[in-house]
Design a protein around this ligand. Structure first.
Ligand SMILES: [Zn+2]
Ligand SMILES: [Zn+2]
Length: 299
């Protein structure tokens, strides 16, 4: 569990970061407000759950150094009540931010609240992220598969973040040279430059883990030919950019925090950089981070 003080600090940091984005780019106000409730609800959810258990807590250093993420072969044990708590905090928050999909969200919320076996029924969709399984469950519930996928991926995140907090100290100091997350294996959503030397860190889209990665190499395809890499940015916000790779045609948005007085909370950074996603995608590049689920979730 997280203390109230820690939780309040996180909630304040999220709110301040969202205000900073709105002030800097007023056009993003609608997007910021849509995600604000969800971000705060996720932080509350995280403060109310315990760290999930793992089937095996030993780190296999040899496998890890070959690029196998810690959670690759482990089951995450999440208790059913925690899952229901998180679902009943997050679904209403998503509803507030995205009122256009509230009919589907109401159906899902009432299923979770009223059906004793809801969590068991949702488990295959949560575990696999498979389009077929999600599609079958969505038909059963009478909701859109895209909405179900979005909600499932958000529900997994507080547990993934708690798992990350437990695992991060175990891998501190170990070498990791991959562009995907050493904890959960997901791709990062944002690349951040920090410190006097401008070291580059990647931030995981699922568990929030941050790890150091070479500046001159594409973290997707490991191409280090700088003539195939391009940075795009807006002239008036040069500290925000998208890194494009002409070799694999993927991109990641980035933030240079070196001259920022208070860098935004990592969970909010991708929202403030959405305009760069638009620019990169208009040029035919695709984001690398896709929705990732727990592969072996157990209740
Ligand atoms: Zn991760
Ligand atoms: Zn690449």
């Amino acid at each position: 569990m997280v203390s109230d003080e820690t939780h309040n600090k996180t909630a304040k940091s999220i709110k301040d970061s969202l205000d900073w984005i709105k002030k800097g780019i007023p056009q993003l106000t609608g997007v910021v407000e849509a995600f604000a409730e969800l971000l705060v609800a996720k932080s509350i959810a995280k403060s109310q759950i315990s760290t999930p258990g793992f089937s095996n807590v030993e780190i296999d250093v040899a496998r890890f150094s070959q690029g196998v993420p810690v959670l690759d072969d482990r089951k995450i044990e999440v208790d059913r009540d925690s899952f229901r708590t998180v679902a009943l905090l997050l679904i209403p928050a998503i509803k507030k931010g995205f009122p256009k999909i509230d009919v589907d969200l109401n159906r899902l919320e009432s299923f979770v609240a009223n059906d004793e076996t809801a969590m068991e029924q949702l488990r295959p969709a949560l575990e696999s992220g498979s389009a077929t399984i999600l599609g079958d469950m969505a038909v059963k519930l009478g909701i859109s598969p895209e909405i179900l996928q979005f909600v499932c991926s958000e529900l997994a995140k507080p547990f993934a973040e708690k798992a990350e907090e437990a695992i991060a100290p175990m891998i501190e100091g170990l070498n990791w040279l991959k562009g995907y997350c050493p904890v959960c294996g997901a791709w990062p959503t944002v690349s951040v430059l920090k410190g006097n030397e401008g070291r580059r860190f990647l931030n995981c889209s699922v568990c929030g883990h941050e790890w150091n990665y070479m500046r001159t190499q594409c973290h997707f395809c490991e191409n280090n030919d700088t003539t195939k890499q391009e940075i795009i940015f807006s002239e008036d916000r040069k500290f925000e950019y998208a890194e494009l790779c002409h070799s694999c045609k993927k991109y990641i948005v980035g933030l240079d925090t070196r001259n920022l007085i208070s860098p935004p909370h990592p969970s909010t950074a991708p929202i403030g950089l959405i305009y760069l996603d638009v620019l990169a995608q208009e040029r035919g590049f695709t984001p690398g981070a896709t929705v990732s689920m727990f592969r072996d979730l157990t209740f």
